[in-house]
Design a protein around this ligand. Structure first.
Ligand code: PEP
Length: 237
């Protein structure tokens, strides 16, 4: 399986004084199984250290008149090595479709970025027993025409993000098996699957016992380095 990875999604959560404090707290972080994804304007502060840096979103073109966007080419040449795509907040607030996400994945892989593709069902879809159908559709469309060698999936049930509620270990394990099976059917190749959604310093020990999980994507708890450190140590050491 290889080493598990831990990804921090810092979202748009820190002002400049918060980020200065955070940067001091991660000064001694020396772990290549950790990927930190800051708000993009702060990325230069995180580069050239002993962990990987990711970006939370990019556009699908390399260069051009796309005001406000950042490209995979720009990110890679700055030193960014990972990208989060398809996060439910991007799908929900910015109306990103599976088709657009597919184009973005292609653009990122062309520029050597490793892709962390987020998929997950809403509470309503879960209650209507549509989880597997929704996940399969996301996988089929987002991965269409894609070589998955540099793609990792993050399974993030939308109802678990920022809610302090997580599925049971059994549910997570079953869903991850389903995702791995679907990808194997599509690509005849194995893929890593992370779990994300309300992972914190208290529940990580138990979540980390799920045998088929390849790591974790952490939002809220990654913005406090004391909490994030507990997660890193549990998962990668
Ligand atoms: C996320 O938004 O990717 C996430 C996992 O958030 P949280 O850990 O806060 O639920």
């Amino acid at each position: 399986m290889g080493k598990k990875i831990v990804v921090a999604n810092l979202k748009m959560s820190m002002n400049t004084s918060d980020i200065n404090i955070y940067l001091k707290s991660i000064k001694n972080l020396n772990n290549k199984n950790v990927v930190i994804c800051p708000t993009s304007i702060y990325i230069p502060y995180f580069l050239k250290q002993h962990f990987y840096v990711g970006i939370q979103n990019v556009y699908k073109e390399d260069l051009g008149a796309y005001t406000g966007e950042v490209s995979p080419l720009q990110a890679y040449t700055m030193g960014v090595r990972y990208v989060i795509l398809g996060h439910s907040e991007r799908r929900n607030y910015f109306k990103e479709t599976n088709e657009l996400i597919n184009e973005k994945i292609k653009a990122c892989l062309k520029n050597n970025l490793k892709v962390i593709l987020c998929i997950g069902e809403s509470k309503e879809e879960k209650d209507l027993l549509k989880t597997k159908r929704v996940l399969k559709k996301q996988l089929v469309t987002c991965l269409d025409g894609i070589d998955i060698k540099n793609v990792i999936i993050a399974y993030e049930p939308i109802w678990a993000i920022g809610t302090k509620v997580t599925p049971t270990n059994l549910e997570i394990g079953d869903t991850i098996s389903f995702i791995k099976d679907v990808v194997y059917e599509l690509k005849s190749d194995a893929i890593k699957v992370l779990y994300g959604g309300s992972v914190n310093e208290k529940n990580i020990k138990e979540l980390n016992t799920i045998s088929n999980v390849d790591g974790f994507l952490v939002g809220g708890a990654s913005t406090d380095f004391n909490k994030f450190k507990v997660i890193i140590e549990e998962v990668t050491e």
